[in-house]
Design a protein around this ligand. Structure first.
Ligand code: 5GP
Length: 205
């Protein structure tokens, strides 16, 4: 048995982060990949927990040093996944969970095709997304409009994901997400089948 990867994507405001926080209370042996970003910190966010908030110059230096497993520009800011902690968590048989955009999904899936499971989370409609972003009250109207426009292009990538959650009801989505996290660790490609066959055949046969 080796480590596995669960990628969670979807528009900001779809409820991804709240679902992840609840899921973390109910899933064992996971590692959540904390990304670095050049985006400004929102109220209630904590540096080193939600993200590592860094300057653009530092981000560019990190790209040049090969610090990132993948990075992307999303909504005009840079976001990147650190390489070493992820490799370390995979080696330690953890379920590595990423909250990354569609570009990051593509890149991780290409690098780790056999151990990756992915889920796209969204709202039932674009107006519901807008309402949630407005209610959250963390971003200006300009930022919200930009995120809404980008959400539609992100949605066009749904078919590249293994699972889709339309987050209409929080508890239902949470239960479904926990189920997906559970099956992500049961993919046959994670197991050494030869080893299993060897151990399965006992001496009497
Ligand atoms: P937010 O600014 O709302 O926290 O995140 C904006 C978008 O960036 C979300 O879709 C989120 O999944 C994505 N994101 C966060 N971290 C990373 C990362 O390390 N890599 C990539 N490719 N996307 C990320």
């Amino acid at each position: 048995m080796a480590g596995a990867i669960l990628i969670i994507s979807g528009p900001s405001g779809s409820g991804k982060s709240s679902l992840c926080h609840e899921m973390f209370k109910r899933v064992d042996n996971y590692y959540f990949s904390i990304s670095s970003t050049t985006r400004a910190m929102r109220d209630r966010e904590v540096n080193g927990i939600d993200y590592y908030f860094i300057e653009k110059s530092e981000f560019i230096r990190d790209i040049e040093c090969g610090y990132f497993l993948e990075w992307a520009e999303v909504h005009g800011n840079f976001y990147g996944t650190s390489l070493k902690p992820v490799l370390n968590a995979i080696e330690n048989n953890k379920l590595v969970i990423f909250d990354i955009d569609v570009q990051g999904h593509q890149s991780i899936k290409e690098k780790f095709p056999n151990i990756t499971t992915s889920v796209f989370i969204t709202t039932p409609t674009i107006s519901e997304l807008k309402q949630r972003l407005q209610k959250r009250n963390t971003d200006s109207d300009n930022i919200i409009n930009n995120r809404i426009i980008n959400a539609y292009s992100e949605m066009k990538n749904i078919s590249k994901y293994d699972y889709l959650l339309i987050n209409n009801d929080f508890d239902t989505s949470l239960n479904n997400l926990i189920s997906i996290a559970t099956v992500a660790k049961l993919k046959t490609s994670l197991f050494d089948v030869n080893d299993i066959l060897k151990n399965w055949k006992d001496l009497s046969f």
